[in-house]
Design a protein around this ligand. Structure first.
Ligand SMILES: Cc1cc2nc3c(=O)[nH]c(=O)nc-3n(C[C@H](O)[C@H](O)[C@H](O)COP(=O)(O)OP(=O)(O)OC[C@H]3O[C@@H](n4cnc5c(N)ncnc54)[C@H](O)[C@@H]3O)c2cc1C
Length: 432
């Protein structure tokens, strides 16, 4: 009798899992390639902050980086690690230590697009004495890093024995994680300070995370509050934490007040905001890197019904909404709102076509237009925003439409030109 069955069974025990493994890897490779192509077609190829560069001569495609990337920014294509979703990378940096062969290094900027990072001392002071920078603006993202830097910067400046004629010891700009921790540290140190936040809530970038986003962080030590033991929380739970910090410690944060200009006046500074002017000995810029949303300059834009980001589509139920802009965020806002019951959505864009958006959004828009869910107004601009209407200049003339809310997604003014104007030294990093 042949020995074949005797050998076949153990051989199959090895071959079947191997075949399944190879097939799964091949399928993952195809999936990751599709994600990469979609990002490339939409022009979303530049990572915003610290990001991985894979040395392909060392990478052996273990997939450890993929498993450890909470944002699904990495993939394995043809057996090698690739940053397939560059704009999703937020600089966790968890991929580098996870790589078993050390093939990943973390860098700022790329060959194509440099990343500008201000020079700061170990005390977070810039080349301009009295101006400090903490958090993501200084190049180091993530919630825990930002809170740590905000508190450390304030401790460093509070330790200096200085006198000045200024009204305040410190103006903190921004109430994201860095600004929150800095405000608490300023209160703890007994400084005369104020924090200015252009939005109506604290949290900074975290306030704009998608609903239910899983936030990966690490325990943080906040002045006056103590240790916050978090590792994985939802966006909503994180916002509850920030709110309880505000209720408990009551830092002096002025919301909906935007810093417009900083001017040196001798050895102090004048900070002009949208509401007031302050003289101060020190300034801490905790403004992140997202910038300030660009305004339309239309009459009536200052009304509270005008916002610059979509937070929650469901809040527009039954409302007449104008969305302005031609990028993915405008399209996604218009599409998400159009799916909420009873909404009427107008999408206004000054360009002739939505030519720089993800193909998926273009397809979703075509379908929404077919179904009459969105009124598209290309080559239009907003002339006036009235309390219950909007006036658009269109290629069919001036149109007035009833309106309850306006969402402007017209990009942002980045903070680095402002830093350079103030004389802060900024280095450009090209991924080296
Ligand atoms: C989609 C996404 C997911 C992320 N997920 C995670 C995660 O899971 N874990 C993690 O650790 N990190 C995550 N991050 C990164 C993290 O959110 C940021 O690194 C962190 O918020 C940076 O904090 P910050 O205080 O430096 O700046 P920001 O949070 O950006 O806050 C800056 C604040 O300054 C205000 N400001 C700006 N200009 C002015 C002005 N002129 N006047 C007044 N106020 C002004 C802004 O309104 C804002 O509130 C994520 C980022 C993104 C985009």
């Amino acid at each position: 009798m042949s020995d074949l069955p005797y050998y076949l069974f153990p051989a199959l025990l090895v071959i079947i899992p191997l075949v399944l493994h190879v097939r799964a890897k091949r399928q993952a490779s195809v999936r990751h390639l599709a994600v990469l192509k979609e990002a490339q077609e939409a022009g979303l190829i530049e990572p915003p902050s610290l990001h991985p560069v894979v040395d392909l001569s060392i990478c052996m495609g273990s997939g450890a980086c993929v498993k450890n990337c909470p944002e699904q920014a990495l993939g394995i294509i043809n057996g090698k690690g690739v940053l397939i979703n560059p704009t999703h990378c937020i600089g966790h940096g968890a991929c580098a230590p996870a790589c078993p062969v050390g093939a990943i290094k973390l860098v700022f900027g790329t060959e194509r697009r440099g990343m500008e990072i201000p020079q700061v001392s170990p005390d977070f002071e810039t080349n301009i004495p009295g101006i400090f920078i903490a958090g993501e603006l200084g190049g180091m993202g993530l919630i825990r890093n930002a809170t740590r830097q905000g508190a450390q910067a304030v401790k460093a400046l509070a330790g200096r024995k200085t006198t000045s004629q200024a009204d305040l010891d410190l103006v903190i700009i921004g109430a994201g994680p860095a600004g929150i921790a800095a405000s608490l540290a300023a209160k703890e140190a007994g400084l005369r300070y104020v924090t200015l936040e252009q939005e109506d809530s604290l949290g900074g970038t975290t306030y704009h995370y998608p609903r239910n986003k899983l936030v990966m962080t690490a325990p943080m030590n906040l002045p006056l509050v103590g240790e916050i033991k978090v590792r994985e929380v939802s966006k909503e739970e994180l916002m509850d934490i920030w709110t309880s910090v505000l209720d408990k410690a009551k830092p002096n944060i002025r919301f909906s007040e935007r810093m417009e200009e900083i001017t040196p006046t001798g050895d102090t500074f004048m900070v002009r905001s949208s509401q007031a002017s302050y003289t101060t000995k020190n300034i801490l810029l905790a403004i992140g890197r997202r910038g300030t949303p660009r305004k339309l300059g239309a009459q009536g834009e200052e009304q509270p019904k005008v916002v610059y980001r979509l937070i929650e589509a469901s809040q527009y139920q039954g409302k007449k909404v104008l969305v302005v802009g031609g990028g993915d965020s405008a399209l996604e806002a218009a599409l998400d709102i159009s799916e909420v019951a009873g909404t009427e959505v107008i999408l206004s864009y000054r360009g002739k076509a939505f030519d720089r958006v993800k193909p998926k959004n273009r397809m979703r828009l075509a379908q929404a237009l077919d179904e009459g869910k969105i009124e598209q107004r290309l080559e239009s601009t907003v002339q006036e925003i009235k309390p219950h209407a909007v006036v658009l200049n269109t290629n069919e003339g001036v149109l007035e439409r009833p309106n309850d809310a306006v969402i402007v997604c017209a990009g942002g003014e980045l903070p680095t030109p402002m830093l350079k104007k103030m004389g802060v030294q900024v280095d450009t990093h090209y991924g080296a």
